[in-house]
Design a protein around this ligand. Structure first.
Ligand code: FES
Ligand SMILES: [Fe+2]
Length: 345
């Protein structure tokens, strides 16, 4: 693993641009075909992704070790990138392999560009983003619906102009299903009143209605397993074919303090002909409807002022939101508190 970014962030900056020392979904795998160079901004930093000729994916900080130019503007040379500015070549592990303008230059052979550990799972690239004190990846338990053979999923990817916290809080707020999505094909049922509770689990907590299940967006489980994700379930009408309710695994990744990349895997526990039917119906009919629902979320979140949480009046349904905020605030403060020890090392 290469050197990590040196700038020390405040707890506010961490909450705004994402907790460190955990895995995140970065982009759909399909955005990095062989031979291409793909630039993304995540957690307020620029990254470049490319594939080696054998298909192996690589991710580097998008910053040339010479003078900081964007490596993503450079040339793809198979197993390395050549910076467009003065030609310095960096391999997939962040090592300078050549300084063509000054052969034998002492940058050669040094690993100077951060290259986070990555994995490709269920059509998405995941990466571990550590701080200086935690360059080695935390153990990762993948969301079970994404690795379960009996589950069939589709990934929806979008970028929303909303701060990360609002995108995450939206997932911990099941009650909006009965209002914002009331006209949708899957969330017209059930009551518009409810009481909620938090139920602890080994990997996080459920936020669930106490008096209704299986009629609308009635529960969500927040899971922290090396990566933060939610699992939730929404009923389908009979026209959506066999297989019962559909689940959603959701992951939000900060792009920067103002924007969020969202990943939603829509899944169903189906096999055999039911699996084929689900995949056919999803592609031909359901996907377009799901995008309509996601658009409702996007429009609502993008229109919220960025300081919306400075003047709110919460009620019982917002316990999940409050719980998540407290968790993230505490974790951000822990990450800051560890920082001064670094100076002494
Ligand atoms: S900045 Fe990249 S080679 Fe000079
Ligand atoms: Fe929603």
């Amino acid at each position: 693993m290469g050197p990590m970014v040196k700038k020390q962030l405040s707890a506010d900056e961490i909450v705004a641009t994402g907790l460190r020392n955990q895995w995140y979904a970065i982009c759909p795998s399909s955005q990095v075909p062989k031979g291409s160079i793909h630039r993304v901004r995540r957690l307020g930093m620029d990254w470049v992704l490319f594939r080696e000729p054998n298909g192996r994916l690589r991710m580097l900080e998008d910053r040339c070790p010479h003078r900081g130019a964007a490596l993503s503007l450079g040339q793809h040379l198979g197993t390395k990138l050549a910076c467009a500015y003065h030609g310095v070549q960096v391999d997939g592990e962040g090592m300078v392999v050549s300084v063509p303008g000054l052969p034998g230059c002492n940058l050669e052979g040094k690993r100077l560009v951060p290259s986070p550990p990555i994995k490709e799972v269920a059509g998405a690239v995941l990466a571990y983003i550590g701080d200086d004190a935690h360059p080695e990846p935390e153990p990762l338990t993948l969301p079970d619906p994404l690795v379960d053979e009996g589950v069939s999923s589709f990934l929806c990817y979008a970028e929303w102009d909303t701060p990360w916290r609002y995108a995450m809080e939206n997932l911990l707020d099941p009650m909006h299903g009965a209002f914002l999505h009331r006209e949708s094909h899957s969330m017209f049922g059930g009551g518009t009143q409810a009481r909620f509770r938090i139920r602890e689990t080994e990997r996080g907590f459920f936020f669930e209605k106490t008096d209704q299940r299986g009629l609308n967006f009635d529960w969500v489980e927040f899971c922290r397993t090396g990566i933060d994700w939610v699992d939730l379930e929404i009923p389908y009408p009979p026209t959506a074919g066999p297989g019962g309710p559909f689940g959603i695994v959701g992951i939000g990744t900060p792009i920067d303090a103002e924007r969020t990349a969202v990943f939603f895997w829509r899944y169903r526990r189906v096999s055999g002909w039911q699996r084929d039917t689900w995949r056919f119906l999803y592609r031909t009919k359901l996907e377009a409807r799901h995008w309509q629902v996601l658009e409702q979320d996007r429009v609502m979140l993008e229109a919220m002022p960025h300081d919306a949480d400075q003047a709110e009046n919460l009620y019982q349904h917002d316990l999940g939101v409050v719980r998540l905020r407290r968790l993230y605030r505490n974790l951000a403060e822990e990450q800051v508190a560890l920082a001064p020890e670094l100076a002494a090392v």
